[in-house]
Design a protein around this ligand. Sequence first.
Ligand code: SF4
Length: 49
Amino acid sequence: MPQIKCNVTECHYNQDVMCHASMIQVDRNGVSKASMSPQTKCETFKPKG
Ligand code: SF4
């Protein structure tokens, strides 16, 4: 797994602004073809606690 820097510190998998999930799933965010990063999203996100 390459190192993934992630600013979503409220995610269960986030430690010190790095992702520690063994894998992540990224998907399009409500579009059929993404052309910019806001049109993608991390599906692996899970809230802390
Ligand atoms: S699972 Fe997704 S949202 Fe959570 S820390 Fe990893 S990259 Fe960020």
